[in-house]
Design a binder for this molecule. Structure first.
Ligand code: OGA
Ligand code: NI
Length: 375
């Protein structure tokens, strides 16, 4: 073997060892005590957090999202709040939900147990690693760790919630209170989601317009049997936060996402062509329109790109509850929103198409939604 060849073989072996380290996640990497981020996490310059043209301090641009008061939505002001809801979904694709009625101990227990899950020894967490997108529980790192060229500074725990009685035995048994906290949390967010979706359908004129009780009931059934995925995200503090992202720009696939952020900033949304930071607001949910709702509304409500920044001093935890139709349902633009002036803008889509899509390519930006657009 020539000297040059032996060097390249050594480098390959080293690369392989490193690669298997990265597969274990960012928490694990940080526990080994690093002061620089490995090459695997370094984004090309154009994808870095501060690459925004003409702005060197992207993280300083912050935004106050429209606020929707859930309690008021149930009261005599409903029609006015429905108008604000419509405006928020059209212009931002995002809003802050306050007075949501979920007891603070349900929320605090969820955040607390989530943090303790990521504090467990790696071997305990590793029991839940799976590359099967359909499994009831999935612990992992980055976005798609089998495909991503550059890794994100994020570990996650995904809990599928359909139906709860079937999936529960697969959820982590440690920390011992995880299942109880996550069940409470998923039931309460599901209820909130159903109430919000009713309001959203009403704001689109889809419920009032029919006045057909049977049709509304079948809508309710669809929503109650709908799919729910609770995703706990863990973004450890990062020695070089300007070189990487906690999550790359993406849109959420479902109808609605209810996101709980802790007090640490990180979430950014794309608004008027710029990345802006969503200021954390205590006791609220950040709610956003997903691809399926953009399709259902035939483009009136926007599924907006968002991403997550990491920071050098604080770890951040968030819990996203993603909701959509039952797995076997087809999502298509509502016929009531299509007419000559407003032709159909999207193809029909279903979960199988979506899952095939994300497992076959590196999920970048809005590719999936783009692929459903009729041109
Ligand atoms: C997500 C997401 C944002 C955050 O889980 O899809 O966008 O702040 N999370 O963690
Ligand atoms: Ni998201």
């Amino acid at each position: 073997m020539s000297p040059a060849m032996s060097v390249s073989v050594e480098i390959n072996m080293e690369d392989e060892q490193l690669e298997s380290q990265y597969q274990k996640g960012v928490r694990h990497l940080c526990e080994s005590g690093i002061t620089k981020i490995p090459r695997k996490y370094i984004l090309p310059i154009s994808d870095r957090p501060n690459s925004q043209k003409g702005d060197h301090n992207a993280e300083n641009l912050s935004i106050k999202l429209p606020i929707i008061d859930f309690a008021e939505l149930q009261g005599s002001n409903r029609s006015q709040i429905l108008n604000s809801l419509a405006k928020a979904c059209e212009e931002f694709g995002f809003f802050q939900l306050i007075n949501h009625g979920i007891a603070s101990d349900v929320i605090l227990s969820m955040i607390d147990v989530a943090k303790r899950f990521f504090d467990l020894p790696f071997d305990e967490r590793a029991k839940y690693m799976s590359s099967d997108m359909r499994s009831a529980v999935r612990y992992g790192t980055s976005v798609n760790q089998n495909k991503d060229g550059v890794f994100c500074w994020r570990d996650f725990l995904k809990l599928s919630c359909n139906p709860l009685s079937d999936v529960l035995p697969f959820w982590p048994s440690s920390p011992v209170d995880l299942r109880e906290a996550a069940v409470n949390y998923s039931k309460q967010t599901k209820f909130l989601y159903v109430m919000l979706m009713e309001a959203i359908m009403e704001s689109l004129g889809l419920v009032e317009a029919t006045k057909d009780k049977n049709e509304n009931e079948s809508l309710n059934e669809l929503m109650e049997d709908g799919s729910q995925l609770v995703v706990v995200n863990c973004y450890p503090s990062c020695p070089e936060p300007d070189l990487t992202l906690g999550m790359p720009p993406h849109s959420d696939y479902g109808l609605l996402t209810l996101l709980l952020q802790d007090e640490v900033k990180g979430l950014q949304i794309q608004h008027e062509g710029k990345w802006v930071t969503v200021e954390p607001m205590p006791n609220s949910f950040v709610v956003n329109v997903g691809d399926h709702l953009e399709i259902t509304s035939n483009g009136r409500y926007k599924s907006v790109l968002h991403r997550v920044l990491v920071n050098s001093s604080k770890s951040r935890v968030s819990v996203a509850s993603l909701h959509s139709l039952p797995f076997n349902c087809v999502v298509s633009p509502s016929p009531k929103l299509i007419n000559e002036a407003n032709p159909r803008r999207y193809k029909d889509t279903d979960f199988v198409t979506f899952l095939d899509y994300i497992s076959s390519c590196e999920p970048k930006s809005k590719n999936f939604l783009e692929s459903r657009k009729l041109t």
